[in-house]
Design a protein around this ligand. Structure first.
Ligand code: RAM
Length: 344
């Protein structure tokens, strides 16, 4: 049985979660190609993350390649080293030229890769976005990790609790055009403004899901806002870089860092007291769900219409909602009490 935050959030006992987590350890080897044998039914699935080398997407690939194997699909992961739309377009074109059955993509921009995706669709490739969506008219389905309002609420409540519900907060985001972070950030500003009147969100800066740039942006924020009480980073790359900077500075214990992170990247900062708590979903499950959805589309089992249902292996049955969106589940909060139970 695979470890699933969906099941964990549904109330499984922590000890059971721990046991499942240990058996569900992610192989973070990642790589350009997931391998896989040619399928009898000629099903072929390409996974295109925002960029390669990000442990979050390495975890998605583990779930995606296992689902592809279960479906008997030939599978590969490809992607740029930098999280840019231009970097993704050539891989989309190649997938179309190769006649891949389906492309599963996390978009670096909602518009800029649309023409390429629609050309691929015209050529017969089904397009599933996961993690970061495009406009609805250039993909067949979007596999959404968690609902935007839910992500904004968990981030807003975490930072509020960690700074005593007052003070200046800055956002350290991913790429400036990332669909997912931009939606979450807008919702976060709205939620915090309405819920915590004594918190002021003073700035949003972009680390481009690049470790060094995120680290440098953290330093710049702390120098620009000497009274900063906290940083919210809705990216696994950004939060880890911000925590690393703060952990090694006089700001440790003074400036709160929270947002969305992977347990393996954040463990040392929870253990050394830099970070109190942060949130995420299971990126491996997200890759699994997106790949089963791609398989169901490519096989003609579903069309991507509202109400269509499909089975995603051990994760169970899912239903397509409005605008072709399939929801994985709720975000999950990690802290000192549970971080030892997770390995991804
Ligand atoms: C980074 C990427 C990804 C996002 C996570 C939270 O790994 O930006 O798109 O969903 O953070």
């Amino acid at each position: 049985m695979k470890f699933s935050l969906k099941r964990a959030a549904a109330g499984a006992a922590v000890t059971a979660v721990a046991a499942l987590a240990l058996t569900g350890c992610a192989d973070t080897s990642g790589g350009e190609s997931g391998g896989g044998e040619a399928a009898s039914g000629d099903l072929s699935i390409t996974l295109l993350p925002k960029n390669l080398g990000n442990p979050y997407f390495d975890a998605s690939e583990v779930g995606a390649s296992a689902a592809a194997e279960d479906l008997g699909a030939e599978f590969e992961q490809v992607g740029p080293t930098e999280a840019t739309p231009d970097g993704q377009v050539s891989y989309i074109n190649t997938a179309a030229q190769q006649g891949r059955s389906a492309l599963v993509v996390s978009a670096n921009d909602p518009n800029a890769i649309c023409d390429a995706l629609n050309e691929a669709r015209d050529a017969g490739t089904k397009v599933v976005t996961f993690d970061s969506d495009t406009n609805t008219d250039c993909r067949d389905l979007f596999i959404n990790q968690a609902d935007t309002a839910g992500i904004a609420k968990v981030e807003g409540d975490l930072i509020a609790e960690q700074i005593g519900e007052e003070g200046q907060v800055a956002i350290l985001s991913a790429a400036a055009n990332a669909t997912n972070q931009n939606a979450w950030n807008d919702a976060l500003v709205e939620y915090v403004t309405e819920t915590y009147p004594d918190i002021e969100i003073v700035d949003t800066v972009y680390g481009d899901d690049d470790d060094q740039k995120s680290f440098d942006q953290t330093a710049a924020l702390l120098s620009k806002y000497p009274d900063l009480a906290g940083i919210v980073s809705p990216t696994t790359v950004g939060i880890a870089a911000a925590a690393r900077y703060v952990s090694d500075s006089d700001f440790k214990g003074e400036v709160a860092v929270t947002g969305l992170g992977t347990p393996n990247q954040m463990r040392e900062f929870i253990e050394d007291g830099t970070v109190e708590a942060f949130a995420l979903w299971n990126p491996e499950d997200l890759g699994t769900l997106a790949t089963y959805a791609a398989g169901a589309l490519a096989a003609g089992d579903i069309e991507g219409a509202e109400g269509d249902t499909f089975t995603a292996g051990d994760l169970g049955e899912y239903t397509v909602g409005a605008d072709g969106v399939v929801l994985l589940g709720d975000p999950f909060v990690f802290d000192e009490s549970n971080i030892g139970d997770f390995d991804f």
